[in-house]
Design a binder for this molecule. Structure first.
Ligand SMILES: *Cc1c(COP(=O)(O)O)cnc(C)c1O
Length: 408
């Protein structure tokens, strides 16, 4: 990479400093970002880049959306943290708005996505024992192959990705893995101790894998018929990304629990939540679950503003319109550098022809052309621009991609 070969650049110095003192659990592209606005970020040397990753959809509303920043700054000037030992004057309005957005009764606020997933698992187990009548410690949760639900020891235990999993056992029992996109496999796996089916309605980290049409609806019916909870991990797919508020909306499916995170914090701070009806999420009793920072006033103020932005429908509409446009630009690249193109709203998984290099190499070449993307699983790159992006920027980005795929 030309920009990092000179050890005297600010970029090289800062990357070196990080390397000296940071655990090596990431391998970032060689760009050091210092400022950002909407869809553009600027590095320490003044170079601008179009952000087509959006922090894995945490930046659905763009960097530093003025109304979200205002909500955060106003709140920081009043009250930042109480813990849930006391009430705060922000949490109720956030919970009411988020429950309304989801069409559900109750919200359980947490911080990171992994915590929302863990909370969903605890909810399903407690529901299985206290409501369904599963014998103690026998509850099972069905998950899908290729899943990504976060990084805790319990969660990586039911991942089938060796990179995430290997070296971190022993793992939590009680999970059964079935192929993704195959409702029959879920049906076959359900037994009297099954508490829940936990799936991503579209698999993000796996490379924007869209299940066959009718899958979510079939899973919903199976769950209802067998008294099993459907838990939708919408942490990456939800909150406008695919052109609807939730990816489940694409099939008119309502899960028993929504797991939300990423964009819920407006790209400002970590905010996650589990949202469900009283007969399910009502299983918790005081003291059984919690989080020091979950539901803090700043999270609530920003989260409320996020929900209000989504209630306008404007972002969902943009994701739909721009997504169709993006698909039209990407489809001609099939067989011309790309072996597969998967698009859902403003979210795309692109499989790069192996002869042209790895996903990582394509990401590095795009970086040289002023575009930030991230590879996933060797040959795939994922595009997830902020939903605020302009058509002209999308056009320019795909033009750069075309050049990168031709140049190799
Ligand atoms: C990112 C992600 C998570 C984990 O969220 P963190 O905030 O990184 O803990 C869980 N599920 C899905 C689908 C995700 O994309």
């Amino acid at each position: 990479m030309s920009m990092t070969t000179n050890p005297d650049t600010p970029t090289a110095r800062l990357i070196h400093q990080e390397g000296e003192h940071l655990a090596h659990n990431y391998d970032p592209l060689p760009v050091v970002v210092s400022t950002a606005e909407d869809v553009w970020v600027t590095d320490v040397e003044g170079r601008r880049y179009l952000d087509l990753l959006s922090a894995y959809s945490a930046l659905n509303f763009g960097h530093r959306h003025p109304e979200l920043v205002k909500a955060a700054v106003d709140q920081i000037g009043r009250l930042t943290l109480t813990s849930r030992a006391f009430h705060n004057d922000r949490l109720g309005a956030f919970a009411a708005a988020l429950a309304d957005l989801c069409g559900k009764d109750l919200v359980l606020p947490m911080n990171t996505g992994a915590e929302a997933v863990e909370t969903g698992i605890k909810t399903a187990r407690a529901w299985a024992y206290r409501v369904k009548g599963v014998p103690a410690d026998r509850a099972r949760i069905i998950v899908a192959a290729g899943n990504f639900h976060g990084r805790t020891t319990t969660i990586v235990g039911f991942s089938d990705d060796p990179v995430t999993r290997d070296g971190f056992g022993p793992f939590t029992p009680g999970f059964v893995t079935v192929p993704y996109g195959d409702a029959g496999a879920i049906e076959a796996a359900i037994d009297e101790n099954t508490a829940a089916v936990l799936i991503e309605p579209i698999q993000g980290e796996a490379g924007v894998i869209i299940p066959p049409q009718g899958y979510l609806r079939a899973v919903r019916e199976l769950c209802s018929r067998n008294n099993v909870l459907l838990i939708a991990d919408e942490i990456q797919s939800g909150l406008g990304r695919v052109g609807t508020t939730f990816a489940c909306d694409r099939e008119g499916v309502v899960p028993d629990l929504y797991l939300l995170g990423k964009a819920l914090g407006g790209g400002i701070l970590p905010v996650s939540a589990v949202v469900g009806d009283r007969d399910v999420l009502g299983v918790f009793r005081p003291g059984e679950h919690g989080s020091t920072f979950g539901g803090n006033p700043v999270a609530a103020a920003v989260g409320l503003r996020v929900v209000e932005l989504l209630q306008t429908g404007e972002f969902q509409e943009r994701a739909t319109t721009l997504g169709h446009h993006l698909e039209g630009l990407l489809d001609p690249l099939l067989g011309h550098g790309l072996t597969e193109v998967r698009v859902a709203g403003l979210w795309a998984g692109l499989d790069v022809e192996p002869a042209l290099g790895t996903g990582r190499e394509v990401a590095e070449r795009l970086l040289d052309r002023g575009i930030l993307v991230k590879d996933t699983h060797a040959q795939t790159i994922r595009l997830a621009p902020p939903l605020t992006i302009q058509v002209s920027d999308l056009d320019w980005a795909v033009e750069q991609l075309k050049l990168v795929l031709q140049a190799t």
